[in-house]
Write a new protein. Structure first.
Length: 333
């Protein structure tokens, strides 16, 4: 398949979904069976997230779980139901049977946060071996420091302030890059010449994730509390992942609506970690009751409204935690 044959796609997700407005989306149609290696989503002025390779499908996750009982697939609907049960009950090891590999170009200041997610396999371009191009992330819209949160920022209304800072930063980056080239021309080693470059310059990586840790990454970085520039990369990665693993991402989205992926997993783990021998999120019954029941050690705890109008899954789990903690003996001397 040549470049002209690649499905350059236009039916991404809901166009009204704000996640599709955070970065430029090409006019291409990415149906799951047409997503090919090399499909690229641009991010910011010079960056991108490119799909390289994948291992496994949603069905492979279910197959890995069914091996416990040496049980074959019972069809798509049964497989979707089992996948949902696994994720609602924090049985996430089967998710690690599937992987996604990305090629990503991002500013170094985003990379410094990205590399903190240690459960990925990662290799980065080396400025010791190659000269970095004259490509910098220079904001058009600047934010001010949040006075209440040291690691957050606040939006500023449009005005001349933004343009002035943009052109000053652009001029500064140009002069710094000019000195970098001057050092190289003078014969200075690349490993030393690079020390003058700012974290706004772009770097490029190959990164491979198992699906379990990739979902945890999304929960942390595609979140309003994350730095906006990092959110944009997480959103682009999530678009690709959604096309590769649509069943899994549907359940992930449900859990995000119902209290958050990470907090729900933590609550389940705490309940299982000595406070309760067993905790189960039961599927809606065969009569079509739209609610799920949570039981702890076989004791009914509460219903979770499947339509999201009542308690969230996390609410119910936290109620179970509070109840269990209150009945534990006081270990203080």
């Amino acid at each position: 398949m040549n470049d002209d044959d690649q499905p350059t796609l236009n039916e991404l997700d809901d166009p009204n979904d704000p996640m599709n407005k955070a970065y430029p989306v090409p006019d291409v149609d990415v149906r799951p069976n047409l997503l090919v290696s090399g499909f690229t989503l641009p991010v910011h002025n010079h960056g991108f997230v490119r799909f390289v390779d994948r291992m496994g499908t949603d069905r492979d996750i279910v197959g890995a779980a069914r091996i416990s009982y040496h049980s074959p697939s019972k069809g798509d609907e049964a497989d979707k139901k089992l996948l949902r049960y696994l994720m609602l009950n924090a049985h996430t090891s089967p998710l690690e049977m599937c992987k996604v590999k990305f090629n990503i170009k991002m500013p170094i200041f985003v990379m410094r946060q990205f590399v903190r997610h240690r459960m990925q396999n990662l290799n980065e371009v080396s400025a010791r071996y190659t000269e970095l191009p004259d490509e910098f992330f220079i904001p058009v819209h600047w934010r001010k420091q949040d006075t209440k949160n040291r690691q957050s920022s606040v939006e500023v209304e449009e005005g001349k302030w933004h343009a002035d800072l943009h052109f000053k930063a652009k001029d500064m980056m140009g002069r710094i890059y000019g000195f970098y080239k001057e050092l190289l021309a003078a014969g200075v080693a690349r490993e030393q010449a690079r020390i003058v470059l700012p974290v706004a310059i772009y770097t490029e990586i190959y990164t491979c994730w198992d699906l379990n840790n990739l979902l945890k990454f999304f929960a942390l970085r595609d979140d309003p509390h994350a730095q906006v520039e990092h959110q944009d990369y997480a959103k682009a990665m999530k678009v690709i992942t959604r096309k590769l693993f649509p069943w899994t991402m549907d359940v992930y989205d449900e859990l995000q609506v119902r209290g958050g992926w990470i907090k729900t997993m933590e609550a389940l783990e705490e309940l299982r970690g000595g406070i309760a021998e067993s905790v189960t999120v039961h599927q809606p019954n065969e009569e079509g009751d739209p609610k799920e029941a949570i039981t702890v050690n076989g004791e009914w705890t509460g219903f979770v409204d499947h339509n999201f109008h009542g308690n969230t899954l996390l609410d119910c789990l936290q109620q179970a935690l509070a109840k269990r903690r209150s009945t534990q003996p006081d270990n203080k001397a």
